[in-house]
Design a protein around this ligand. Structure first.
Ligand code: SF4
Length: 302
């Protein structure tokens, strides 16, 4: 049954000259029909490089916004408009603007997992793979890092020369892990390395043999001969195990599922392709230009 709808999607995307982007956390059926798969910034760069006329973004809202910020003339459609990243919505842009007014000498750094309105309030964006390098290059010692306190704490632990002020934001999926979860799986699989995402709490990172972004975890896992325990959203282990069944062990599979990332289905992708459902994203041009500046600064420093 799925193969029938997949065939219809492939035909429809060709007919409508549409590029389908899928974040690695999407379910395998969505990965199958995507033209490009990867992390959020990789996807938005690809859309810009390919000068896509129209994009279907299989992911959460801030990812579609990032595509639109970089490619304003592209029509960006969210097949599941209700799919948002809870972390990206945890801070109001007004609170950041107020903080900045009270602390004019501070640099405001935002994780790419933020809304366009938050990007517009910060000096520079970072991805989980570029965060250390970019923060280390900033001239300011005092840095407000939004919204993820865990990624911020990871950066602070590696850059003691900086004074990193953390916000109380977090990814509810990665933040649900505990050190006990990590200890348990390490004990169950002695000698198997654990690769974790820096959105996990610090007591989980203590057990990690490697800490890195989604793409760094995939690279690390594929470069090794044997098994690897994957400590990030379970789409990554599903993705890896399709090529090498059973080689990659999921840490806490019951916890590491992003509900929003699973809202995209073959049915709503097909409907969005045909203009029958989904939402075409619009961003106010003044806001877009301000948000793009923080991404341009990331590219200049990265
Ligand atoms: S896994 Fe976490 S950071 Fe990623 S979209 Fe889901 S809630 Fe947001």
């Amino acid at each position: 049954m799925n193969s029938a709808i997949k065939a219809k999607i492939i035909e429809e995307k060709k007919r409508s000259d549409t590029l389908i982007l899928a974040h690695t956390y999407q379910v395998p059926d969505i990965i199958d029909i995507a033209d490009v798969t990867g992390d959020s910034f990789f996807l938005s760069k690809k859309a810009a490089e390919l000068r896509a006329r129209r994009v279907i973004m299989c992911g959460v809202r801030f990812m579609g916004e990032t595509v639109k910020i970089l490619s304003p003339s592209t029509e960006v459609v969210m097949p599941a408009p209700e799919a948002t990243c809870p972390m990206a919505e945890q801070i109001s842009p007004q609170r950041v603007a107020d903080f900045r007014r009270e602390n004019p000498d501070i640099a405001v750094v935002a994780y790419i997992n933020t809304t366009a309105a938050l990007k517009a309030e910060c000096d520079v964006c970072v991805t989980s793979s570029s965060a250390l390098s970019i923060v280390s290059k900033l001239p300011q010692k005092d840095i407000l890092f939004i919204p993820d306190k865990n990624l911020g704490a990871f950066i602070a632990s590696r850059l003691p020369e900086k004074n990193i002020i953390l916000w109380d934001g977090y990814c509810p999926v990665h933040n649900s892990l505990t050190g006990a979860d990590a200890a348990k799986i390490k004990a169950e699989h002695p000698g198997v390395p654990l690769a974790v995402h820096p959105e996990c709490p610090p007591d989980v990172l203590e057990y990690a043999d490697m800490t890195g972004s989604t793409s760094e975890i995939i690279k690390y896992a594929l470069a090794r001969e044997g098994q690897v325990i994957i400590g990030t959203e379970r789409g990554v282990a599903d993705f890896l195990n399709r090529e090498y069944p059973g080689r990659f062990i999921q840490l806490a599979p019951e916890k590491l599922v992003c509900r929003d990332m699973k809202m995209t289905t073959l049915e709503n992708v097909y409907g969005a392709l045909r203009g029958e459902c989904g939402e075409v994203l619009e961003i106010d041009e003044t806001l877009r230009v301000r948000a793009k500046k923080s991404i341009d600064n990331m590219l200049a420093l990265g």
